[in-house]
Design a protein around this ligand. Structure first.
Ligand SMILES: Cc1cc2nc3c(=O)[nH]c(=O)nc-3n(C[C@H](O)[C@H](O)[C@H](O)COP(=O)(O)OP(=O)(O)OC[C@H]3O[C@@H](n4cnc5c(N)ncnc54)[C@H](O)[C@@H]3O)c2cc1C
Ligand code: FES
Length: 378
């Protein structure tokens, strides 16, 4: 097995966490992947190369005004790092505002705001020689796996990557040709296992939904957990939870299992750059937020009755406070609590060691003390 050190990354830049900042980038290509998904490529000018340096597995937040509403959504980067461009893949979510717009309206030549790459869904393997990395993805969850698989396979001549990829039918498989090309390039080191829920495959094990029984059989027959150094899981909440439970049951150390959620299933409205409006009236009981962002300190009073998050309070005085999902999944709004304390309701983005060091998701945090001081810069 390869050396695993969860404190660092084997695939690129040392610090995967940086504070997100938007830059306007031009779309250089919109390429259909399936009837319901597109790959969107942005041109990255020389002056912004450092800002858009990334590690395979990270994601970008995009910001656009659609039907008069500012919207931010995160999309995983689907190609290994290369200078001059950066690409994401966007699957149309039925009734989804941003993804529908991106699939039907976005065109080459358009300019939209793109945040510098974020996220810790990245490999912690220091020495990839001999490493076996496994990705389990469903639907658009393939996007970060494309970058990860390329990186794992290209950075060592003895690494292997196994991909278990679940879709409804062949027509829904994003990157089907690119995966076949990758297999041609690394025939002995890439194992591709397509599972189709609504299409019959030659092997009965590969036909149907991934449930506990099927996954246990796949682990017994195709991907033996004791051969694996690191696991990446990306898909719907229920699938990711199921995989985590089955892997734990199979004796896999949770420290070697990384997962990324695209949504918790609950729609959230962050209220755009200014947050949800809150009126502060004389005589109201308030709490105070002090925060540092880009070296500049700001303060805001918040009525206790408004029950607003740290993020919302901060946005009311600074439009550049970083956030994307407002739902506890992307990690963009991370800050360190310097004094005071908060309650964090949801967290699908921070690692346990970050929480121990005092980091919180400000979109999910509410004050427990009269004054809370947070730092977005550390
Ligand atoms: C870290 C991260 C990485 C991601 N990477 C990718 C990726 O690579 N590719 C990808 O395609 N997606 C990715 N996503 C998901 C993406 O950010 C969006 O969540 C997704 O595109 C849906 O956005 P939307 O605006 O189209 O849908 P929204 O308008 O936000 O709606 C989402 C869903 O909720 C439903 N809905 C909306 N409003 C309501 C309501 N009032 N009541 C009930 N239901 C409602 C919609 O029908 C839809 O199904 C990622 C997310 C995160 C956090
Ligand atoms: S904005 Fe995504 S976790 Fe807070």
């Amino acid at each position: 097995m390869a050396a695993v050190n969860l404190g660092s990354t084997g695939l690129g830049i040392g610090s995967a966490r940086r504070r997100g900042q938007f830059h306007a980038l031009a779309v250089s290509q919109v390429r259909p992947l399936t009837a319901e998904s597109v790959e969107v490529t942005f041109a990255v000018p020389d002056a912004l190369q450092d800002a858009f340096d990334y590690v395979a597995g990270q994601h970008l937040a995009l910001r656009a005004t659609i039907d008069g509403h500012e919207m931010r959504r995160s999309y995983s980067i689907c190609r290994p790092p290369s200078a001059g461009s950066i690409s994401v893949a966007i699957k149309r979510d039925l009734g989804g505002r941003f993804s529908s717009w991106a699939n039907s309206e976005l065109q080459a030549g358009d300019r939209i705001d793109v945040m510098s790459p974020q996220g810790t869904f990245i490999s912690a393997i220091e020495q990839l020689d001999g490493a076996h990395v496994v990705g389990i993805a469903a639907g658009s969850g393939i996007t970060p796996m494309m970058a990860l698989a390329h990186e794992v396979l290209s950075r060592s001549e003895t690494s292997t990557f196994s991909l278990l990829f679940s879709n409804r039918s062949t027509l829904d498989v994003m990157f089907i040709e690119e995966l076949a090309d990758l297999k041609d390039r690394y025939p002995a080191r890439l194992a591709l296992h397509h599972v189709l829920s609504r299409e019959q495959r030659a092997a009965p094990l590969m036909s149907g939904r991934i449930d506990q029984e099927r996954l246990e059989r796949i682990l017994a027959e195709l991907i033996r957990p004791d051969s694996v150094d690191e696991w990446f899981l990306c898909g719907p909440f229920e699938l990711v939870q199921l995989c985590r439970e089955v892997l734990t049951g199979a004796g896999v150390d949770p420290a070697h299992v990384r997962f990324e959620l695209f949504t918790t299933g609950r729609p959230v409205d962050a209220g755009g750059d200014r947050g949800r409006p809150v009126q502060v009236e004389a005589g109201q009981d308030t709490w105070t937020l002090d925060f540092t962002l880009d070296g500049q300190s700001s303060q805001v009073e918040s009525p206790i009755s408004a029950r607003e998050s740290i993020l919302n309070a901060a946005l009311r005085v600074r439009a550049d406070v970083p956030f994307a999902c407002a739902g506890g999944v992307c990690g963009t709004c991370r800050a360190k609590v310097v004094s005071g304390s908060v309650n964090m309701t949801e967290n699908y983005a921070l690692e346990p060691d970050e929480i121990e060091r005092g980091y919180v998701l400000t979109c999910q945090s509410h004050p427990k003390t009269d004054t809370v001081v947070v730092d977005y810069d550390v």
